[in-house]
Design a protein around this ligand. Structure first.
Ligand code: SF4
Length: 198
């Protein structure tokens, strides 16, 4: 029986979330969630991403809805790791490209040093879609701003801390696969929707 344990002491008090799949039947809507929203210190800078909805996440864990996942760690990136941003291939698209442009080959994901890590971001997106399908996830709650997980904004490719509207590579791939992507700011909205449809 597969078992995933998340220690969420940092962001969700002293609660330990234990997500256990009972044969992975799809009788309840499962939600793929960025690991860093669940107290895992897997972000590029070695931190997690605290959020205001620990109560909802804890309840979703109790209901065995949660599928925690970090696309970047899953493909071998270390933590901490250099920051990366999406950069367009042409002069005119150099800034403000987004995940869809990476998926179509019109942009790359570069580390601040200029190292091209596009192939790993594409692999991370594929792995995440495969995992979401494997577990029958119809929704994903992802950390906004990330070149992988961003859903309402990402950074503009200049490494100047400038956010622009757009989606990351994994978030785009999930959307393309028909999975509804939400940011952490929308957790309460998704929760209300799930409760209404229950
Ligand atoms: S935002 Fe996504 S890729 Fe980045 S640490 Fe969190 S789960 Fe991993």
């Amino acid at each position: 029986m597969p078992e995933l344990c998340i220690n969420t002491q940092k962001s969700i008090g002293s609660i330990e979330l234990r997500v256990i799949g009972h044969g992975w039947g799809f009788d309840i809507e499962r939600i793929l969630v960025s690991s860093c929203l669940l107290g895992q210190p897997v972000r590029y800078n070695g931190t997690d991403k605290p959020n205001e909805h620990a109560d909802v996440l804890t309840r979703w864990a109790r209901e065995e809805r949660l599928i925690p996942f970090c696309p970047e760690v899953a493909v071998g990136f270390p933590t901490p790791r250099p920051p990366a941003e999406i950069v367009g291939n042409t002069q005119s698209s150099h800034i403000r490209s987004q995940g869809k442009d990476v998926l179509s080959g019109d942009a790359r994901v570069l580390e601040k040093s200029g190292a091209d890590v596009t192939h790993l971001y594409l692999k991370a997106a594929d792995k995440t879609v495969a995992l979401a399908r494997q577990h029958g996830c119809s929704h994903a709650v992802l950390t906004d701003g990330s070149p992988s997980c961003g859903s309402s904004f990402i950074y503009d490719g200049t490494f100047s801390g400038t956010g622009v509207p757009g989606m990351g590579t994994t978030a785009t791939a999930l959307c393309n696969a028909g999975i509804h992507v939400w940011s952490q700011a929308q957790i309460a909205k998704l929760d209300a929707m799930l409760r209404t449809s229950a």
